[in-house]
Design a protein around this ligand. Sequence first.
Ligand code: SAM
Ligand code: SF4
Length: 329
Amino acid sequence: MLYDNHGREINYVRIAVTDRCNLRCFYCMPEEGIQYMPKKDLLTFEEIERLVTLLAAMGISKVRFTGGEPFVRKDFMELVNSISAIQGIDSLHLTTNGVLTGPYVQQLKQAGVKSVNLSLDTLDRERFKIITRRDEFDNVMDTLNLLLKENIEVKINAVVMEGKNTDDILALVDFTKDKPVSVRFIEEMPFNGEGSHYPILNWTHKKIIDHIQGAYPNMVKIKDEPHSTSYNYSIPGHLGNIGVIAAFSRTFCGTCNRIRITAQGTLKTCLYDDGVLSIRDLMRSQASDTQIKETLSKAFRNRAKDGFEAERARRSGAGVSESMSTIGG
Ligand code: SAM
Ligand code: SF4
């Protein structure tokens, strides 16, 4: 088992396979002017496979693919299949916007993908268009239905945005009545390529929970999974459940079990740090497997205590503002 310098187990890696995306979500990317990385700067599939093999030997057993939009990367399913075959990786997951995902749902099932997080911030087609700046609502809903048909566990990620989709919160809760999905409401963070959208975050996890409880006083707290980032609730009679993720308030750092690999192959040991090691450069400098593992171990032993400490330690001295599309969420 792998532990950091604060005694937290690390067993989960999230890999952004590209920074490219076919949507332009308000909370993630500016509408125009985003500079994508040249392809040569991304980790190749071979490099990702080597890295995951080394991480698996060190104690990582869970992998999530994210992005950008994973399905925008050519032959993405080949990567899913190769990573699913790595010894020690027993839990494979995906975060996707669902626009291009539908045709691959059966292949995801065959590859053993255990759950899919689908980004869906509203159930209203027009609002979807305003938030994502693209008209792709129907494709996302088709993907959702296909995932449910294949019995793949689905978590819906909904970022709560003041003045954009707070009217959708209760509609998304209602959606769990007949659908066996977990809807997770996420505090908006300033990872949008521009910085903070509000001087103060009004829609905190507490306000979201109070708002839902106002409409559903019978909502009950359920047990959170170990290392869960969400506070989870169920509503009697609903097939699905709901969760709230305090991503901006950072209440979950004490049990954080995850590391991130950005699209350009940088290791982040905290979402709020600005990258602690270029694994891509290390690999391309012909480092041996042993050297890579030693360098990774050192980084894991130097992890920030929480997201506030990591943010204060950023080399730029400034707060977070980079687009989530390079980090993966
Ligand atoms: N494109 C895929 C998708 O949208 O599911 C995967 C990448 S996306 C960056 C991963 C997750 O990050 C999404 O669920 C999205 O809602 C979340 N996210 C992006 N920007 C965010 C922000 N500024 N605050 C909170 N969550 C954010
Ligand atoms: Fe694309 Fe996902 Fe970012 Fe939306 S949240 S712009 S779908 S990467």
